[in-house]
Design a protein around this ligand. Structure first.
Ligand code: FUC
Length: 855
């Protein structure tokens, strides 16, 4: 179906679903709606609120109606979105362990028998037949993984407001607090929301400039099953169970609590009559859309029967916590009631000011490590949605700075020690059937989420990814044994909360056994930045196990006698033989060359597994090399099909070697780097969110700041204004008005790729290896439009922190700190100038514009 027609039908369907649910029940006070949107405010907004004092703020002069205009907060485990509605509000809640279904084993024992035949067909050039065979005999059962779920929405309804003066809502990135304020009949109302990591709680405060003015009713809705909704005198409690999916029964219990603490006024607990709920939308019950990937809309249709009313209070604080029975991918015996009540008990023992202070101390300790100034402009004074609309015609570097810092805020908000890793939507999902299940796609997306972790100095955010890889080793070992009769572990192109590792969706997407390797390489990068040997000890078993799997499954290509993966594919790109499945796609060998090099180095550093490391080195030497096609591009496949295919796909998998990989060095592999450049030109600058994030980093590595800026522009395209769009997705990629990346729909990886790429334009680095010192390059790809600026707190591989400033596009000065405890050498590069420094542990050296050492 024509994409535009489809899109407008979707919009129409959304409208209809929302309209059906916007049932006014009891007079002007109570409204039911789906929190993928908020009914538009029907009163009048007057006045022009000034910009917030904090320049690092997203801000708007009207409430959000679409979920992608609402503002997120998160503490890693719990996420919330706030619309800033005037007489209605929905706080959309996520808890990162609520997935559909329960523990399951999708490994397909029939795969093993089909494996040799698939390999043979591939070597015989019968790609289509191989793909068909794999599709029939080697895919997971079920063929899809299970989707991540929203908890539901806390609904607040307020007395009707006819006129709201000087309305403003904002997200202050310095305080990680979303808020809104307006004045009505001489009273200024303010509502603030933050998510505290130290207390694992979501905190909302409602204040008014005059006493006795806080009135609201609180209830909840969810797309999950409600067991009961009740509570104590001051605490709303909803107990529920998760939905089933793919015939895997829901096995999780969950609970959400909202404790209302008020000054003055009266709080009453009541019940409300629920009209016969609208039939659950197909989306709410696991309907699978286009390609099995497009989600349905509508998260919440089951309404709580309990409802709390606060009347005439001076102020109120609502403490919100959700918990589930998920303990681990194979253990669902947790007690959500005990967990949620413990959180609320701990948080309510603190005053609001203390909760806020502890939150700020924790958050700012991480967020404030990097400061960036790319310059400002008149446009920077405008509301964020306006800045986005103007961006193509303006030079507004302040919006780029905001977008950069927003990416850091989002990762701090969706991935902290003890939480799950950031999924395709971080920890902000409103749909029970989200696009691509809001899972972990590990053929680019989950890894991209972690690209800004180290260079933008938020290193602790990587911990959940390491923990997930520990789980995947367990599940992936079963998949390796069952489906390949191999040692070690394997993960294909996706995983979920249950850590499924078998190939899914269809051979042309799922038959890619390198997901685990890419994850290992992402984690290795953390080691290169930090030089943290304890982290390396934790990572090593994962690399070793992934290495063992490939020692057992690499096959010799008959003509060249080189080693290749088979069966595999170049992620999601069909080749000219009418299939995607193939042997030895370029990315596979690049990923393996990198990981094998890491294993060899780790074995030396940790003093372990000498023989294994030798075997890995021998195998590494036999891997099929990178090849340049007749047409001058880097070959994507083993065969030279690129010039036939002339693919403009968003995936640029074969360019992995240059970024984020290390297989192709811009400094030493000039010809291959040029071939990467040619491939990138052939692929084009037009892609969906994460495809742009990847292109940005690649252009940065290719030292082309001017071209990189074209990509920055595309990343910041106004997704809501139509504008340019990614191929095959019918337009609308870029950013929504809340600066969420639009694939479309919202997918968070583009935000993270963008943030990493902006840092990569300013500083690049190579870790020390053998007797070679670390390398730090200053301003490798500065876009000409950013003529003056400064940055501090970026990290470089080898254990360094870098600050620098520039004017007229040229370095003004730099500071390099050795973040380790012992003395280290580093080569510093600026254009074709290079100096070698030795910096004592914990010390900083300053350089001037000529790279002369000034102290
Ligand atoms: C891969 C990509 C899609 C999307 C999905 C989550 O399948 O090809 O574009 O990002 O992952």
């Amino acid at each position: 179906m024509n994409r535009d027609i489809k899109q407008s039908m979707m919009t129409f369907r959304n409208f209809w679903v929302i309209a059906c649910m916007a049932v006014v029940i009891f007079g002007s006070f109570q409204v039911i709606f789906a929190a993928t949107s908020l009914p538009a405010y029907t009163g009048t907004v007057t006045g022009e609120a000034p910009p917030p004092d904090e320049p690092l703020s997203l801000w708007y002069r009207q409430p959000a109606t679409a979920w992608t205009s609402a503002l997120p907060v998160g503490n890693g485990k719990q996420g919330a979105m706030m619309f800033g509605g005037i007489d209605t509000e929905a706080i959309c809640l996520n808890e990162d362990t609520l997935w559909a279904g329960g523990p399951y084993n999708p490994d397909n024992p029939n795969a093993l028998e089909a494996l040799p035949q698939a390999r043979q067909l591939l070597f015989e050039g019968q790609y289509r037949e191989a793909e068909r065979l794999i599709d029939q005999r080697m895919m997971a059962n079920p063929r899809a993984q299970l989707p991540y779920q929203p908890i539901g929405d806390i609904l607040l309804t307020f007395p009707k407001v006819d006129t709201a003066e000087n309305y403003r809502r904002e997200l202050n990135l310095r305080t990680a607090t979303a808020s809104m304020q307006f004045t009505s009949e001489g009273v200024t109302y303010k509502r603030e929301l933050f998510a505290s990591y130290p207390d694992n709680v979501i905190v909302m405060r409602l204040t008014a400039s005059k006493p006795g003015q806080i009135n609201f009713k609180l209830s909840m809705q969810t797309g999950e099953n409600i067991v009961n909704s009740d509570g104590t005198d001051d605490t709303f409690i909803l107990n529920g169970t998760n939905i089933s999916s793919q015939n895997i029964a829901g096995a999780l219990k969950f609970q959400s609590r909202a404790k209302i603490i008020h000054t003055g006024g009266t709080l009453t607990k009541g019940t409300r009559e629920i009209p016969t709920p609208p039939a659950p939308s197909a989306g709410a019950r696991g309907r699978r859309g286009r390609g099995g990937n497009r989600g349905g809309r509508g998260g919440g249709s089951n309404q709580s029967t309990s409802e709390y009313s606060l009347e005439g209070a001076d102020s109120a604080v609502i403490l919100i916590a959700s918990a589930t029975s998920y303990k681990k991918f194979d253990d669902v015996t947790g007690d959500p009631d005990a967990l949620a009540s413990a959180i609320i008990k701990k948080a309510s023992a603190k005053s609001y000011d203390t909760l806020l202070k502890d939150h700020l101390e924790d958050y700012q300790n991480i967020f404030n490590r990097v400061s960036l100034d790319l310059g400002t402009s008149e446009d920077a004074k405008l509301p964020t949605d306006q800045q986005i609309r103007n961006f193509p015609q303006s030079n507004n570097p302040a919006l780029v700075t905001l977008y950069f810092q927003y990416g850091r805020f989002l990762l701090i908000g969706s991935s902290r020690p003890g939480s799950q890793p950031a999924n395709l939507q971080g920890v902000w999902n409103s749909d029970t059937n989200p696009s691509w299940g809001s899972k972990y796609t590990i053929n680019i997306n989950a890894e991209m989420n972690y690209w800004p972790t180290d260079n933008t100095n938020i290193g602790e955010c990587i911990e959940p990814l390491m923990a997930m890889v520990e789980d995947l080793q367990v599940k992936g070992a079963k998949t390796a044994k069952t489906m390949y009769d191999a040692r070690g572990w394997v993960a294909h192109h996706n995983t979920d909360g249950w850590r499924a590792t078998a190939p899914i969706d269809g051979a042309q997407f799922g038959m890619w056994p390198l997901g685990g390797v890419w994850l290992c390489n992402t984690l290795w990068d953390h080691y290169e930045f930090t030089q943290d040997k304890n982290f390396l000890k934790r990572l090593y078993p994962a690399m070793k196990g992934a290495g063992e799997f490939f020692l057992d499954t690499l096959v010799e290509e008959p003509k060249t006698k080189t080693l290749v993966t088979s069966p595999s594919l170049s992620p999601e790109v069909p080749h000219p033989q009418n299939a995607s499945v193939c042997f030895g796609p370029t990315i596979d060998q690049q990923l393996l060359r990198d990981m094998f090099a890491h294993i060899i180095e780790a074995s030396k550093i940790l003093g372990v597994d000498e023989d294994f490391s030798k075997e890995i080195a021998e195998t590494r030497a036999k891997l099929a090399p990178n090849k340049i096609s007749e047409g001058g591009v880097l070959q994507e496949w083993f065969e030279d099909w690129d010039m036939i295919s002339r693919n403009r796909n968003r995936h640029v998998s074969h360019l992995y070697g240059l970024y984020p990989g290390q297989d192709i060095s811009y400094y030493t592999d000039k010809e291959l780097s040029e071939a990467v450049r040619q491939s990138l030109i052939m692929r084009g600058d037009n892609a969906t969110g994460w495809g742009l994030g990847w292109r940005l980093n690649l252009w940065a590595r290719l030292h082309d700041g001017e071209h990189a800026y074209i990509i920055v522009r595309n990343l910041l395209n106004d997704a809501e204004g139509g504008g340019r769009g990614g191929r095959g997705f019918g337009g609308g990629s870029g950013v929504y008005s809340n600066l969420f990346d639009s694939h479309p729909p919202f997918q968070i990886d583009g935000n993270f790729g963008g943030t990493a790429g902006i840092a990569e334009l300013l500083v690049q680095s190579v870790a020390p290896r053998d007797d070679k010192a670390a390398l730090i390059e200053l301003l490798p790809a500065l876009p000409p439009l950013w003529s003056k600026g400064k940055v501090s707190g970026l990290l470089a591989r080898g254990g360094f922190e870098v600050g620098l400033s520039w004017t007229d596009g040229k370095l003004a000065g730099a500071e390099i700190k050795n973040t380790g405890s012992s003395s280290k050498s580093v080569d510093v590069l600026l254009g074709d100038k290079k100096v070698s420094l030795t910096i004592d542990g914990g010390k900083t050296r300053s350089l001037d514009a000529q790279l002369s050492n000034v102290n």
